[in-house]
Design a protein around this ligand. Structure first.
Ligand code: ATP
Ligand code: MG
Length: 399
């Protein structure tokens, strides 16, 4: 049993001591089997949310109506979900109500894919009713039960299937692939936020190329904001190994470079990204364009700032088929650090000094002149000191 499970054992033990059934379930069991890094250890139990809350000192109620309580033990968060089935599915979305059931098997049966439907007990024994282990070995994503039914119940599973292709490097089973192609219009009923979360995971997985091809070929693309009719562009983008990039913003930047989108901001708004993210990506795209036109300059690095410069360079390297080396990162960091100033607040003079040097009335000329001085300092054409700047202004007849 992995370290993450060992640490979580006291949670299972406590539930069991009080007469409840409790198992590790879902992604963590799958990832242990695949020898992948384990993220969250989730637990399923016969205890109801109220019973869980009574048993543990620190709990957070994130959705007791769905049966989920977080317990915090030794600083680690564990989601404990009461064994449940999802009774009424409405509009091909997650159910509004859940029914708590007494058996683990019922709980595992409502899970999406066989590799996600395994459990492990406190002795480390894997419980596998739906051939999850076999499918994990064969690297196959296939639904628990009829894929047509499962996608009709919850159409987000269509994108989740492709997400696991990307994250795990698996393939879809024939039946699951066929059902996706048939049920893809049901994605109409899924909120943009949930599609965005899955799409970002699709971009981040090691199998992103294969997964993007699936997005294009199965028709999922037609239900994604702003991607309708962009099949060829997405296929072109699928060749780029974007999972090697280190943030969602970098990945959106690389994707947008290939997608031929006319208004970046409007496109990203449709995906409901935050204004902060949209700002960062639009800025990246602007400086990527500059980077493609020529070498980095003091001015562009100064104006973009270090984080943007590094992000853009990573994307630029990717487009050229290279990876950004540690040496290059260090070089850029040093280049930035050695700039004479890093913001206009660091300029040795300000508006008040200009007024003193000149007999003119205050006006827009001051801002324009300060901008010129800022650039001259950045480009090392003048030293960043009051005297040197004054001297330059005089010699150029600017004051
Ligand atoms: P990751 O490691 O990326 O978090 P995960 O398998 O833990 O992957 P989650 O989205 O965190 O994925 O979901 C946890 C578990 O809950 C899944 O393994 C699956 O058993 C179940 N599950 C989640 N969403 C659904 C869904 N829409 N339909 C059915 N089962 C689901
Ligand atoms: Mg998870």
């Amino acid at each position: 049993m992995n370290k993450e499970f060992q640490e979580a054992l006291p949670v299972l033990k406590r539930l069991k001591e009080h007469g409840f059934d409790a198992y590790f379930v879902g992604g963590s069991v799958r990832d242990q089997l695949l020898k992948k890094e384990i993220k969250d250890v989730d637990i399923a139990s016969s205890a109801t949310p109220e019973q869980v809350k009574a048993l543990f000192e620190k709990t957070i109620d994130i959705g007791s109506e769905h049966g989920t309580i977080i317990v915090i033990v030794n600083g680690i968060h564990y989601e404990i979900t009461t064994f449940r089935t999802e009774s009424a599915y409405e509009d091909n979305r997650r159910p509004t109500g859940v029914t708590f059931v007494s058996s683990l098997k019922e709980d595992l049966k409502r899970r999406d894919f066989t590799v996600n439907a395994m459990a492990m007990d406190d002795a480390g024994t894997i419980i596998d009713f739906f051939q999850g282990k076999e499918h994990a070995e064969a690297k196959i994503i296939t639904t628990v039960g009829s894929p047509h039914e499962r996608f009709s119940e919850d159409a987000l599973r269509i994108m989740r299937a492709v997400r696991f292709v990307s994250q795990l490097g698996f393939s879809l089973s024939r039946e699951t692939l066929d059902a996706i192609c048939e049920k893809v219009p049901l994605l109409e009923n899924i909120s943009v936020e949930r599609k965005t979360a899955e799409f970002e995971k699709i971009m981040a997985g090691e199998g992103s190329g294969e997964a993007m091809k699936l997005v294009a070929d199965t028709g999922i693309i037609d239900y994604l904001p702003g991607l309708e009719g962009k099949k060829q562009q997405l296929l072109n983008a699928s060749i780029l190994p974007i999972s090697g990039l280190s943030s969602n913003e970098e990945r959106w930047t690389a994707l947008l470079d290939v997608l031929e989108i006319s208004s970046i901001e409007a496109f990203l708004k449709r995906w409901k990204l935050s204004n902060r993210q949209i700002g960062m990506i639009a800025k990246n795209i602007f400086y990527l364009q500059k980077r493609k036109e020529g070498d980095l300059t003091r001015q562009s690095v100064y104006e973009a700032g270090l984080p943007c410069t590094l992000e853009v360079e990573a994307v630029y390297c990717l487009i050229k088929g290279e990876t950004m080396s540690k040496g290059l990162i260090a070089e850029l960091q040093a280049f930035y650090k050695n700039l004479p100033i890093h913001s206009k607040n660091e300029l040795a003079i300000g508006g008040a000094d200009l007024m003193q040097f000149s007999s003119q009335k205050p006006g827009p000329w001051m801002g324009e002149l300060l901008k010129k001085i800022e650039l001259a300092v950045v480009n090392d054409e003048v030293e960043n000191s009051k005297e040197a700047i004054k001297e330059m202004l005089r010699s150029c007849n600017l004051i």
